[in-house]
Design a protein around this ligand. Structure first.
Ligand code: HSE
Length: 436
């Protein structure tokens, strides 16, 4: 079979890794793909750097349009990132009949529906393994390996930067700010780390997993997104005393009334494997009705781990080039005309358990007042701890874990509890998932 020619847009960290892996493992990759996959063109604004990496092995250009319109290019790999230039280039590549491989989770989560429709119109493929979980083949698992199952829920640690920060806070007692600085020093977090620490990056990845897990369109705007920037050392310690770890989880669940789609700090039992995923590693739990729970673990970012997914997509596309479009794996795992319009549930309708921490005056009747409010809203308490007051103080921390309850009831309870004169300051609320 004749070689497949690839054009790369953006030779930064992941682009450089992709170039290196393709070159290093070319022979084995060709034996798997049934043809040589050749990187023919590379576009990058930094021509000098690009030439330094590529040498004479590919044509280097500063204009990505050269690549997406070049008649010899079969597959365009988009590793520029962002939702503007990258979107235009991908749509142009598709319009020119080229297949696309991308790691761009923000773009797919926000504009994936438009991009897949454009690809379908031209009978070309858009592959995106690298968009979720870096080197972990979770897209492959969800779209193909678990295809017999009705997926019930997915829960994942899908942002390495925030997981690293939480590990630092737990292991070293670091404050959030110090842990963030360490992540930046090590080059994990972006200069503007908002997407990482505020859960946005995780919500992009979760949106994609929900779409392929449940056969629904991409609905990033409907995702609930809460990051880790408000977590305190106290809550991490109290959670630990109760046998839990706090992780930033992306959770999507199929419920009778709709689909939950949410990213937030979450208490999980420390005995669960996923609770022990530390540092920048990622892990994703998928519950299927036939298979039960499955767990996928690995590097969620980095040059060669992400390149591993990009190259796997190149091989997939190469193998499917000659297949009839209707025999390919659909972009969102389900046939495009079979996507479901099951609604995403508003956060108030989500059902989960809660960790509530409040500082109260140590007086008779305080607990009775608080538990009355919870009982009136049908919130059942699973466990409760009252901490010793600091010396000479008459205020104590009370921590309550609830059973499963509906979020709107917890919100209403918090409003009422905060109005009690014996309760000092705001109630801290962190969601809790048993993951069983
Ligand atoms: N910024 C992401 C993370 C890596 O920290 O996990 C790329 O998705």
């Amino acid at each position: 079979m004749k070689p497949i020619n690839v054009g790369l847009l953006g030779i930064g960290i992941v682009g450089g890794g992709t170039f290196a892996v393709l070159a290093r493992n070319q022979e084995e990759i060709a034996r798997r793909a049934g043809c040589v996959i050749a990187m023919k063109m590379v576009a990058d604004k930094d021509l000098e750097r690009a030439r330094g990496i590529v040498g004479k092995r590919a044509i280097v250009t500063a204009d990505a349009n050269d690549v997406v319109s070049h008649p010899d290019i079969d597959i365009v790999v988009e590793l520029i990132g962002g939702t503007t230039v990258a979107k235009d280039l991908i749509l142009k590549a598709l319009a020119n009949g080229k297949h696309v491989v991308t790691a761009n989770k923000a773009l797919l989560a926000q504009h994936g529906n438009e991009i897949f429709a454009a690809a379908q119109k031209k009978d070309v493929m858009v592959a995106f393994e690298a968009a979720v979980g870096g080197g972990i083949p979770i897209v492959k698992a969800l779209r193909e390996g678990l295809t017999a199952n009705r997926i019930e829920w997915i829960a994942g640690i899908i942002n390495g930067t925030s997981n690293f920060i939480l590990s630092e806070m737990r292991d070293k007692g670091a404050s959030f700010q110090d842990a963030l600085k360490e992540a930046q020093r090590r080059g994990y977090a972006e200069a503007d780390p908002t997407f990482d620490i505020e859960g946005v990056d995780a919500a992009h990845k979760l949106t994609i997993m929900a779409a392929i897990g449940f056969g629904i369109p991409m609905q990033f705007k409907a995702a609930y997104t809460e990051g880790i920037s408000k977590l305190t050392q106290e809550d991490i310690r109290y959670a630990e005393e109760l046998g839990y770890r706090i992780k930033l989880l992306g959770i999507t669940k199929r419920k009778d009334k709709g689909i939950e789609l949410r990213v937030h700090p979450t208490l999980i039992p420390e005995r669960r494997l996923i609770a022990n995923v530390e540092g920048v590693m990622n892990a994703i739990l998928v519950k299927g009705d036939a298979v039960g729970q499955t767990l996928y673990y690995g590097a969620g970012a980095g040059a060669e781990p992400t390149a591993s997914s990009v190259v796997a997509d190149l091989v997939d596309v190469a193998r499917m080039l000659t297949a009839d479009p209707e025999h390919r794996v659909p972009h969102l795992a389900f046939q495009p005309d079979q996507l479901s319009d099951t609604p995403i549930l508003p956060m108030g309708e989500v059902e989960t358990a809660y960790y509530l921490r409040m500082r109260v005056l140590d007086r008779p009747g305080v607990l009775a007042d608080i538990t009355r409010i919870l009982a009136d809203l049908s919130i059942s308490i699973d466990a409760m701890v009252q901490k010793e007051p600091h010396e000479g103080e008459d205020r104590v921390d009370i921590i309550m874990l609830t059973h499963l309850t509906v979020e709107k009831n917890v919100n209403a309870a918090i409003v009422k509890i905060e109005k009690l004169p014996v309760v000092l300051g705001a109630v801290t609320r962190i969601r809790l998932e048993e993951l069983n």
